[in-house]
Ligand binder design. Structure first.
Ligand SMILES: Cc1ncc(C[n+]2csc(CCOP(=O)(O)OP(=O)(O)O)c2C)c(N)n1
Ligand SMILES: [Mg+2]
Length: 559
C-alpha cells in the first residue's frame, strides 16, 4: 500500500476541526459511519482517511444512510452515526431522524454547514438546522468553534442515550472543520445515566399485581438489556402474567415462550384488543402507549384509563403525558427487569385461565392457514421463514400492508432481531437490513419490502453489493400501494386514484446492480429459491408475486 499523505496543515499538537471530531468519535467507540459525501465536510472525510478503525459506508441517498444509522443504533444501543451535507443532504436524511425519534433510537446526525461568514445570508444550501430539526430531534445544535467539538460530541452521545433514547443533530460549519487549533482535551465515552425503580414503587406494583386476576404486561420501548428481559420473562412465568408487545417491539421476548401473548398495533389480533379492554390491570413497561399500540387511544382512553395503569418509562416526561397512571415509575428498563426478581406477588384466582386463553389465542392467530392460492401466499412464506431461519436471524421491514403478514406470522425469538419502523416510514427495511448485515456479517439478515416500499431506495442494492452486505431482500410485489388501496376501498369504494404502481423488472434491476435476482411465482417454489438466494454469496433479491386482491390477511377485494 502506498504511504498515506499527511493531512494538510496540522502538526502533532495542532489539529483541524475535522481531526478533532474524528478523534472524539473514536473516543466514543464509533467504528462505522453511514453517509453520502459532501464538500461541506471534506475535512471530516479527510480525517477519516487516517482513522481506519472507522468504516465509511457511503450510500446512494441520505434517506437510506440515515435509516442505516438508525438501524445500527437499534442494534447496538449506542448512537448510530450518519454524515450528510447541508440543506439537500440533511433534508433527505430527516426521515431517519424522525424514525429515531419515534422509535426512541440513539442516533447522531452530523450535517456539513455553510461557513460561519456565510451564515444568515442564505448561503449556498444554508438551512437553520437548529430550527429545522427542533421537532424531531432530542437536541439540535451548531458547533461554533473547533475547540468546543469534544464538548458537543460528549453531550450529543449522552443525550442520545439517556432517558428516552433518540436522535441528536449537530451542524458543522465548513470553516469550523477546516480551522486548525491546538488539540483540545477529549471526553471519555459517554455512559447513559439512569435511575433504578424505588423500593416503595415495587411494593405498590406487587400489591396491584397481587389483586389482579386479568393483568396484562405491555412491553415496549428501547434501552432494555438481555438480562433485564430475561428476568422480566422469568417474573412473568412465575406469576402467570401475559406479556404483550407494543407496536413493532415483538422481538423483546421469545414469541415461543408460554407467556408471550401477541402484539398490539396495526394488524393486531382483535381478540387481543378485547383482552386489553377487559383487563383489570395494565402494566406498561417501556412502551409510550402510542396511537398505534392503543388503536388510536381507544383500547385505553385518556386521561384516566378505565383499567388501572402502572406505567414504567425511562423518561418521567412520558409518564402522565397521555394517560394518568395509578402508579408511575421513572427508571431505566435495564434496571426495572432486574429489580423484579426481588418482589413476590400473591396468587390471585383466575390468572392461570386468563393467561392460557391469551396464549392459545396468540398461537391460533399466528399460525398460517393452509395456503390455497396460485400466487405466493405471504402467510406461508413468513411461516416457513419463522420455522427455518437461524435463531438469531435479523428480520427487517418498512411500511405497508405486507408487514401485517410479517408481524402476524413471524415468531421473533431474540432481542434486537426486529428492525421495523415504529414511525411507519416506507423504505426503512432495505437500508436497515444492509446496516444489520454490516454490523453482524455472520448472521442471516432478511428484509421484507413491498413493491412501493422497495422503490423508495432500490439503488441501495448497489451499496449492499459494494460493501458485501449479503442480505436477502424479499420484494412483495402486488403492483399497488396496497395499504392505501385498502383504505380507499373502505372509505371511497371503487374510486381508485394514485395507488397503482407500474413496476420495473425487479430481477433485472437487481442483476444490474450485481446482486442475485429471481422471481418467485408460487408458494411451493419459495424454499428452494430462498436457498439459492442465501447460497449466492452476494446480496440477493427475490421478487414474490402475490395476489393483488389480497390486501391484508383479512381484507380481500372481490373483483
Ligand atoms: C415514506 C412514506 N410515504 C408514504 C407513506 C404512506 N403509506 C403507507 S403504506 C403505503 C403503501 C405501501 O405500499 P407497498 O410497499 O407496495 O406495500 P403494500 O401495502 O402494497 O403491501 C403508503 C404509500 C408512508 N407510510 N411512508
Ligand atoms: Mg404493494
Amino acid at each position: 500500500m502506498p504511504e498515506k499523505p499527511a493531512a494538510e496543515g496540522a502538526s502533532a499538537q495542532e489539529l483541524s476541526g475535522g481531526q478533532i471530531l474524528v478523534a472524539a468519535l473514536l473516543k466514543q467507540g464509533v467504528d462505522r459511519i453511514h453517509c453520502v459525501p459532501g464538500e461541506s465536510y471534506l475535512a471530516v472525510l479527510d480525517a477519516l482517511y487516517d482513522a481506519p478503525e472507522i468504516a465509511v459506508v457511503s450510500a446512494r441517498h441520505e434517506g437510506a444512510a440515515a435509516n442505516m444509522a438508525e438501524a445500527d443504533g437499534k442494534l447496538t444501543g449506542r448512537p448510530g452515526i450518519c454524515f450528510v451535507t447541508r440543506g439537500p443532504g440533511a433534508m433527505h436524511a430527516s426521515i431517519g431522524v424522525h424514525t429515531a425519534f419515534q422509535d426512541s433510537t440513539p442516533m447522531v446526525l452530523f450535517v456539513g454547514q455553510v461557513a460561519r461568514n456565510a451564515r444568515d445570508r442564505e448561503g449556498f444550501q444554508e438551512v437553520d438546522f437548529r430550527a429545522a430539526f427542533a421537532p424531531v430531534a432530542k437536541w439540535a445544535a451548531e458547533i461554533e468553534s473547533p475547540e468546543r467539538i469534544p464538548e458537543y460530541i460528549a453531550r450529543a452521545f449522552r443525550t442520545a442515550m439517556s432517558g428516552r433514547s433518540g436522535p441528536v443533530v449537530l451542524s458543522l460549519p465548513e470553516d469550523v472543520l477546516s480551522e486548525v487549533v491546538p488539540a483540545p482535551t477529549q471526553a471519555e465515552a459517554a455512559v447513559a445515566a439512569g435511575a433504578a425503580p424505588r423500593a416503595a414503587d415495587l411494593e405498590t406494583l406487587a400489591t396491584l399485581l397481587g389483586s389482579a386476576s386479568r393483568p396484562l404486561v405491555v412491553i415496549g420501548g428501547s434501552g432494555w438489556t438481555d438480562e433485564s428481559l430475561a428476568t422480566l420473562l422469568e417474573f412473568a412465568r412465575r406469576n402467570e402474567l401475559p406479556l404483550v408487545s407494543s407496536f413493532r417491539r415483538q422481538d423483546l421476548v421469545d414469541n415461543r415462550h408460554e407467556n408471550y401473548c401477541g402484539h398490539l398495533g396495526l394488524g393486531a389480533d382483535p381478540s387481543l384488543a378485547e383482552r386489553v379492554r377487559s383487563a383489570d390491570l395494565i402494566v406498561a413497561v417501556g412502551s409510550r402507549l402510542s396511537e398505534n399500540t392503543t388503536n388510536g387511544y381507544s383500547l385505553l382512553t385518556p386521561p384516566v384509563p378505565r383499567q388501572p395503569l402502572v406505567h414504567v418509562h425511562p423518561d418521567p416526561n412520558e409518564l402522565g403525558r397521555v394517560y394518568q397512571p395509578k402508579l408511575a415509575v421513572a427508571c431505566r428498563l435495564a434496571d426495572f427487569g432486574v429489580a423484579l426478581s426481588s418482589i413476590t406477588i400473591s396468587r390471585a384466582s383466575g390468572r392461570t385461565v386468563w393467561l392460557r386463553a391469551a396464549r392459545d389465542a396468540y398461537v391460533r392467530f399466528s399460525t398460517p392457514p393452509a395456503s390455497s392460492q396460485d400466487y405466493v401466499d405471504l402467510a406461508a412464506v413468513v411461516g416457513w421463514l419463522s420455522d427455518h431461519l437461524d435463531e438469531d436471524a435479523i428480520v427487517a421491514n418498512g411500511a405497508g400492508n405486507y408487514t401485517v403478514w410479517v408481524h402476524r406470522y413471524f415468531r421473533y425469538r431474540r432481542p434486537r432481531t426486529e428492525l421495523a419502523p415504529i414511525s411507519g416510514a416506507m423504505g426503512y427495511g432495505v437500508p436497515a437490513a444492509i446496516a444489520a448485515k454490516l454490523r453482524h456479517p455472520d448472521r442471516q439478515v432478511v428484509a421484507f419490502a413491498g413493491d412501493g416500499c422497495f422503490l423508495m431506495y432500490p439503488q441501495e442494492i448497489g451499496t449492499a453489493v459494494q460493501n458485501r452486505a449479503n442480505l436477502v431482500i424479499l420484494v412483495v410485489n402486488n403492483g399497488i400501494y396496497g395499504t392505501i388501496r385498502m383504505h380507499q376501498e373502505r372509505r371511497y369504494p371503487g374510486r381508485v386514484v394514485g395507488t397503482d404502481i407500474l413496476n420495473p423488472d425487479f430481477v433485472a434491476l437487481s442483476r444490474a446492480h450485481g446482486a442475485y435476482g429471481e422471481k418467485v411465482d408460487s408458494t411451493d417454489a419459495f424454499p428452494a429459491a430462498f436457498h439459492r438466494a442465501t447460497a449466492a454469496a452476494r446480496p440477493a433479491v427475490l421478487e414474490l408475486r402475490v395476489d393483488p386482491r389480497q390486501l391484508s390477511p383479512t381484507f380481500r377485494l372481490q373483483t
